[in-house]
Ligand binder design. Structure first.
Ligand SMILES: Cc1cc2nc3c(=O)[nH]c(=O)nc-3n(C[C@H](O)[C@H](O)[C@H](O)COP(=O)(O)OP(=O)(O)OC[C@H]3O[C@@H](n4cnc5c(N)ncnc54)[C@H](O)[C@@H]3O)c2cc1C
Length: 388
């Protein structure tokens, strides 16, 4: 869109080249004339799509199908800086990237959440995770190698990225074992630190997911917090222990260290932002995605999910572009979103609704069907295509 008033050239800096950061930079580039500079900063040279790590585990994707070089954005007129953000000074909208300072007229912080598996003693050594690309690459062969025994799957804390992911992973692992013809001799138990699956979405969603697990003969234990693990044995907060042949975990998360150390940090080191505009307390500074803590009416935060980071990116990009172009900032994030839960065998369920509804989120869940699996593939395509 052409600038109406030929405003002075401005620089927008986007921190983080994950789902939220890439969507923000792409949309800004489409909204703003080329004389405005858009800079995207990311620690790693590649973008990877976490929602597809589960398909890497199950063998439905190769790692290179869910990975794209961020430098591809250069072709679209986005300046890509590869390096670790070491400091954020929101009052001056200045960031330090490997010793070099970059100052912005508008700053968007989308640095995600760090995995914190080290908060449970022995977990990283005794278990495998699907929450990183490398982990998913190791976990797939480990599941396929099983011919008998016991898979123990745990969520290692109530707070983690994507509330559906561990339940989805459990159903996909069940499908892998069934395809190998060994499910009859491999037991699967899922112990969650939280009181129920996707509980923020409401009791109806939890009940539906528990039914999916029960249909597959998966033993489910809610509110069972793992405290330590060693080869073949996991200990829980109530003093019980569980044995396993394969331990699979969803790691807890913590705010990125650079965010927690910055003046942006608020509740628990996360960023507080206006839940509709994603504006922080610092003028011209916005925060989106996993590094924010957005309150819901039930006292819990909005779940960390790529669909929300993606929607918030659109709102922030549109409002920054409007501000630069001297228009009213019209966009508002309304808390709507949905999450797929792939159940294997070409089907997925879909939980979606209004997470900002009062007095509690209004979310419904559709039973597993081919169309929701295809919709999940379309979401993946939509994100990856913008990095071609
Ligand atoms: C296994 C799994 C499955 C999932 N499935 C789904 C799903 O089906 N649907 C869904 O909606 N969501 C899903 N999610 C959640 C989704 O991936 C996240 O919510 C989403 O990626 C958040 O986007 P973001 O931009 O906030 O953070 P991210 O996508 O994590 O991006 C943050 C970026 O910042 C970079 N970074 C961090 N610190 C620094 C630093 N100091 N300097 C420079 N760069 C830095 C990181 O390298 C990363 O590239 C899943 C997550 C996992 C782990």
């Amino acid at each position: 869109m052409a600038d109406r008033n030929r405003a002075a050239a401005q620089t927008v800096v986007v921190l983080g080249g994950g789902i939220g950061g890439v969507a923000t930079a792409n949309r800004l580039r489409r909204r703003l004339g080329r004389r405005h500079r858009i800079v995207l900063v990311n620690r790693d040279p590649d973008f990877t799509f976490p929602a597809s790590y589960l398909w890497v585990m199950s063998g439905q994707r190769r790692p290179n199908q869910v990975t794209r070089p961020l430098q591809a954005l250069q072709r679209r007129g986005i300046d890509v800086v590869i390096g670790a953000v070491e400091a954020i000074d929101p009052a001056n909208r200045t960031v330090t990237v490997e010793g070099r300072q970059i100052t912005a007229d508008h700053l968007v912080v989308s640095l995600g959440a760090d995995n914190a598996a080290d908060t449970v003693s022995g977990l990283k050594v005794a278990g495998e995770t699907f929450a990183t690309l490398e982990g998913a690459q190791r976990l797939g062969p480990a599941v396929r190698a099983l011919t008998r025994g016991r898979v123990l799957i745990v969520t290692a804390a109530p707070l983690y990225r994507c509330p559906a992911a561990p339940y989805e992973a459990t159903l996909l692992i069940d499908g892998m074992l069934r395809r190998n013809g060994v499910r009859g001799s491999v037991e699967i138990a899922l112990h969650s630190a939280e009181p129920g699956p996707m509980a923020v979405a409401g009791a109806n969603v939890s009940v539906a997911v528990i039914a999916l697990l029960a249909d597959r003969g998966i033993d489910y234990h809610p509110s069972h917090q793992i405290t330590a693990a060693e080869t073949g044995r996991a200990d829980f907060a109530d003093g019980q222990s569980e044995v396993f042949d394969l331990l699979v975990y969803m790691p807890p998360i913590r705010p990125p260290a650079v965010v927690a150390a910055s003046p942006l940090a608020s509740t628990g080191g996360w960023v507080d932002a206006d839940r509709h505009t994603l504006a922080t307390a610092f003028p011209g500074v916005y925060a989106i995605g996993d590094n924010t803590q957005l309150p819901l009416s039930i006292g819990k935060p909005l779940p960390r999910a790529g669909v929300f980071a993606h929607s918030q990116a659109r709102v922030v990009a549109d409002n920054i572009a409007a501000t630069i172009q001297g228009r009213r900032a019209p966009a508002s994030f309304d808390g709507h979103g949905g999450c797929f839960i792939d159940t294997g065998f070409g089907k997925a369920g879909y939980g979606s609704g209004d997470f900002y509804a009062e007095p509690s989120p209004k979310v419904s869940i559709r039973p597993p069907a081919r169309r929701w699996h295809l919709a999940k593939v379309a979401f993946e395509y939509n994100v990856m295509w913008r990095l071609r």
